[in-house]
Design a protein around this ligand. Structure first.
Ligand code: GLN
Length: 490
């Protein structure tokens, strides 16, 4: 748990600018810490590929610029890990799938390009559930990632490698992607902060598509402030993604210093059901009481269509996935089955051998849901329910609620192997996170306490494009949790 990057981004940046720390030294120690995490027993399994000498060369260049006092970007010299479904120019992009083993993208994601322009050093690509389909990182086509806080448990998923890398102190920041909770749920399981931006806030150009109407790239960090710093760098309209929104991006770090006045926090009863683990409910309620202690008004609310969210999500997400994944046909990308004797055999054998079980399950379900005669009953129903869920939120925000607070996940990190053969149990990990994707809203998970020695995450949701208010509320919550923990010390 000790690594070079075990400091906040501000501290690292000050140390780099004042030249007490050299970018080369920081990058070198991050690479060493990653290597150690992979050779320890059992290995952490957070990375699928790691940068080599070119990273150190880049760090030396930055050191030269810093020595001269040149103007450098806001993340100059900061090591960052990137989920392996986000395209990078110098490292492979496999999506955790055998079908893309060794694949190099011909272009770079906009988010990655913005990171590099800001001076960040991309240390490696992180492990994930294959094509981001899963909640434990056990669906990776290569190996599972372990939770750095308890190696017998999962880190969550699908951005499990990114969350584990941040939690283990290997990097201060990472990018993940969130289609139904894949940034927030692993953040919650690993005790770090994870944010899903408003749909359209961050360009999806170069994010390998899973479900295009739900996918967003999101930042993970060890504090709300660090996460805000990373969001500022990656957010904003991009001409390469027509769904990216031309909405001004506030300076999220400055926004954090603004006073939070008259905050109304909605607490939806559907997210605290009677059968919710009392441990999770207790930790979450105590945390939100802390916000009330800082002057926020807590208001009980209802989002009545929540019960339909998981089925609606799996109808929509699988339908879009079945269409997006049609491109892996053995002709244009990655692996191709050897010795196939006809075009259809190339498709069948490549896809049969290249995709794992969960991906196949979703392609079959999604194709069925889109097929003639079933389209309206399945995909159409999913879309209609999605609209109702969106309207639930609209109504609450119009009634004066600023942010909504919920648990991030109904459980803490579960043991490896516990759910991997029970897809429905795995899907239920996402009950509290899929709604933000269905409605396109921003949401953040922050650590709010522990249960049985494992981290519990609390989630805040805000109106479209109001990440600034959400981050202010999240920072207040982070402070309230820290104050409560300090008060407990003898
Ligand atoms: N766990 C959800 C799924 O398997 C969400 C995945 C994600 O957000 N990428 O679909």
């Amino acid at each position: 748990m000790t690594g070079p990057a075990n400091h906040g981004v501000d501290k690292l940046r000050d140390a780099l600018r004042s030249r007490r720390l050299r970018a080369e030294e920081l990058a070198g120690s991050a690479l060493e810490a990653i290597a150690r995490s992979e050779t320890e027993e059992p290995p952490l399994g957070a990375f699928l590929s790691v940068a080599g000498d070119e990273l150190l060369e880049r760090a030396v260049e930055l050191d030269r610029a810093l020595d001269k006092g040149d103007e450098v970007g806001p993340l100059a010299g900061i090591p960052i890990a990137v989920k392996d479904n986000i395209c990078t120019a110098s490292l492979p992009t496999t999506c955790g799938s055998r079908i893309l083993e060794g694949y190099f993208a011909p272009y770079e994601a906009t988010a990655v390009r913005r990171l590099r322009t800001a001076g960040a050093l991309i240390v490696g690509k992180t492990n994930l559930d294959e094509f981001a389909m899963g909640s434990s990182t056990e669906n990776s086509g290569f190996f599972p990632t372990r939770n750095p806080l308890d190696s017998g448990r999962v880190p969550g998923g699908s951005s499990g490698g990114s969350a584990a890398a941040v939690a283990a102190g290997l990097v201060p920041l990472a990018l993940g992607s969130d289609t139904g909770g894949s940034v927030r749920q692993p953040a919650s399981f690993c005790g770090v902060v994870g944010l899903k931006p408003t749909y359209g806030r961050v360009s999806r150009y170069g994010l390998v598509a899973f479900a295009s109407s739900l996918d967003q790239i999101g930042p993970l960090g060890r504090s709300v402030a660090d996460t805000a710093t990373l969001l500022s760098v990656i957010a904003g309209v991009d001409r390469f993604d027509s769904t990216s929104a031309d909405v001004p991006v506030p300076g999220y770090r400055d926004e954090l210093n603004r006073a939070l006045e008259d905050l109304v926090v909605g607490i939806p009863k559907e997210y605290f059901p009677a059968d919710l683990d009392p441990g999770i409910a207790g930790v979450c309620r105590a945390a939100v009481e802390g916000l009330a202690g800082l002057g926020a008004e807590l208001r009980e609310i209802s989002l009545p269509h929540t019960v339909h969210a998981v089925p609606a999500y799996y109808l929509v997400a699988n339908a879009e996935a079945s269409s997006n994944l049609a491109r892996y046909d053995g002709v244009r990308y990655g692996a191709r089955a050897a010795g196939a004797e006809s075009t259809s055999a190339v498709y069948r054998e490549t896809r049969g051998a290249g995709f794992g079980r969960e991906v196949k399950r979703r392609i079959v379900l999604g194709t069925y849901g889109l097929s003639a005669g079933y389209y309206d009953a399945y995909y159409g129903t999913g879309q209609r329910v999605r609209r109702l869920i969106e309207q639930d939120f609209e109504r609450i925000f119009e009634a004066g609620v600023d942010v909504i607070f919920t648990p991030t996940s109904p459980t803490v990190a579960f043991p490896l192997g516990e759910r991997v053969d029970d897809p429905v149990q795995m899907y239920l990990s996402d009950v509290f996170t899929v709604t933000a994707n269905l409605a396109g809203l921003p949401a953040i998970s922050i650590p709010v306490g522990q249960m049985d020695g494992l981290p519990v995450g609390g989630q805040l949701l805000a109106p479209h494009f109001d990440e600034a208010k959400m981050l202010r509320a999240a920072q207040a919550l982070e402070q309230a949790v820290a104050d409560a923990a300090a008060a407990e010390l003898p």
